[in-house]
Design a protein around this ligand. Structure first.
Ligand SMILES: N[C@@H](CCC(=O)N[C@@H](CS)C(=O)NCC(=O)O)C(=O)O
Length: 208
């Protein structure tokens, strides 16, 4: 059903999908698209995704699925075991809210192409990114305070964690201290210790 994942090792959006594939026990061919060398803007990749971004998931039927939220929803519909958006309508909506805080409230603002457009100066790029990451993570923490167990919503990894953990990894790249977000730091430790969290981690995909 699933043929190929086009991804970049350090891309947080790619990590979300790699993690989902691990939870669904799917093993597509992994194709590395080097963002730093402009490979996502190549004509062949733009045919897969006109936004020039990763991840892209190719199905057996040759369809290209883009946008990590859409990909996770597709996986949940086609492989209902090990739901990424589990629970009743209220809980599903809560998980989506957490997902969107990161997917639309943080990640696009600190994405490579946004920062390239913003400034060439490292200190401006870092200041901007730290602002939006901090604001979003504080909101995330407030929202998940009442639902967090070992993970963002109870004691099972959900889509929310698949967005949170890669974003925390990016926060560290911008030298933010995760202790500022106590609940999230604990969730981070728990999620990174899961087999699927480890198997999908950027370090496992770093080109040699
Ligand atoms: N909302 C998209 C975001 C995809 C995205 O922004 N990917 C980044 C890497 S995390 C990318 O490919 N950036 C290329 C660029 O900025 O030029 C998703 O969830 O898949």
């Amino acid at each position: 059903m699933i043929k190929t994942l086009f991804h970049y090792w350090r891309s947080s959006s790619s990590w979300r999908v790699r993690w989902a594939l691990e939870l669904k026990r799917l093993k597509p061919t992994m194709v590395h698209v080097n963002l730093l060398e402009g490979e996502s803007e190549s004509p062949s990749h733009l045919k897969r995704n006109p936004m020039g971004a990763v991840p892209v998931l190719e199905t057996d039927g040759g369809k290209y699925l883009i946008e990590s939220v859409a990909i996770l929803e597709f996986l949940d519909e086609t492989i209902p075991s090990r739901k990424l958006f589990p629970g009743d309508a209220y809980q599903k909506s809560h998980i989506r809210s957490l997902v969107e805080i990161i997917n639309s409230g943080i990640q696009p603002l600190q994405n490579l192409s946004t920062l390239d457009y913003l400034s060439e100066k490292d200190e401006e790029r870092v200041k901007w990114s730290r602002h939006f990451i901090t604001k979003g993570l504080f909101a995330y923490e407030k929202l998940c305070n009442n639902t967090a167990g070992k993970f963002s919503v109870g004691d099972e990894v959900t889509a929310a964690d698949l967005f949170l953990i890669p974003q925390l990894y990016n926060a560290l790249r911008f030298n933010l201290d995760l202790k500022t977000f106590g609940v999230l730091e604990k969730i981070n430790q728990n999620a990174l210790a899961t087999p699927e969290g480890m198997a999908s981690h950027p370090d496992r995909y770093k080109p040699v």
